[in-house]
Design a binder for this molecule. Structure first.
Ligand SMILES: CC(C)(COP(=O)(O)OP(=O)(O)OC[C@H]1O[C@@H](n2cnc3c(N)ncnc32)[C@H](O)[C@@H]1OP(=O)(O)O)[C@@H](O)C(=O)NCCC(=O)NCCS
Length: 193
């Protein structure tokens, strides 16, 4: 890891560590992360459907995917689509990381971390104060710098989506957040800043 990736305890408390990808345990994955092409949306849906059938993510209808395609990043290698994630903006200071899936045969090679790092980077660019996920894999998000919170810390989400869900209020998903430093603080973290 190069020096600029080193995280101090002070960084951690400010959320600067969120989305720092480091896991290449299963061998560095050679693919790239980029925005999806419209011609890839059907394959994107198939990947989400497979994870949704296993109860891991919410299913997304094709029209919804086209409408929100700009929320997404995909991992692509010479085998095609290998992973996806979306950053969905809720309001002025809040966005959700959702639809995170890595193809089963590619898991454990750091692709999930890289996908989350990509959306966190976008959230930083957009100066979004808080990014959250509702998840059954809190350990994964902890590894990406998120911390666990009570769902009452996300009243907008609970009001907008959760309260209409058939699992509400007994849902077993855990709320994880990553609070991003305000832009001025981020500038101070830059070398020579
Ligand atoms: C969760 C998921 C996206 C992780 O992708 P991945 O590419 O395998 O993850 P990474 O290789 O980047 O792993 C990063 C770290 O998280 C840990 N991790 C990954 N998946 C995990 C899981 N299911 N449970 C616990 N820890 C997990 C890894 O061990 C690794 O930590 P390490 O560096 O200490 O070994 C992938 O398992 C997946 O697609 N799961 C099904 C869909 C899902 O549950 N999505 C999340 C919905 S919120």
């Amino acid at each position: 890891m190069d020096e600029s990736m080193t995280i101090s305890p002070a960084d951690l408390s400010q959320g600067a560590a969120c989305g720092v990808a480091s896991n290449t345990a299963g061998g560095a994955a050679p693919g790239v992360i980029r925005k999806p092409r419209l011609t890839e949306v059907v394959a994107l849906k198939a990947m989400l459907d497979a994870a949704a059938a296993a109860g891991q993510v919410l299913p997304r209808a094709l029209p919804e995917l086209y409408e929100n395609v700009r929320d997404f990043y995909v991992y692509v290698d010479d085998q095609g689509l290998g992973g996806c994630v979306a950053l969905h903006i809720d309001m002025i200071d809040l966005a959700e990381v959702r639809s995170l899936v890595v193809r089963e045969d590619l898991r454990g090679r750091g692709i999930g971390e890289r996908l989350v790092a990509e959306v966190i980077e976008e959230a930083r660019r957009m100066e979004i104060a808080r990014v959250y996920a509702l998840t059954r894999v809190p350990v994964f998000f902890e590894r990406s710098g998120f911390r666990m919170v009570d769902k009452t810390e996300l009243p907008y989400k609970v009001f907008k989506d959760c309260s209409r869900c058939r699992l509400f209020p007994g849902c077993d998903e855990i709320a994880m957040v990553c609070d991003l430093p305000p832009p001025d603080a981020a500038k101070r973290e830059e070398p020579g800043g």
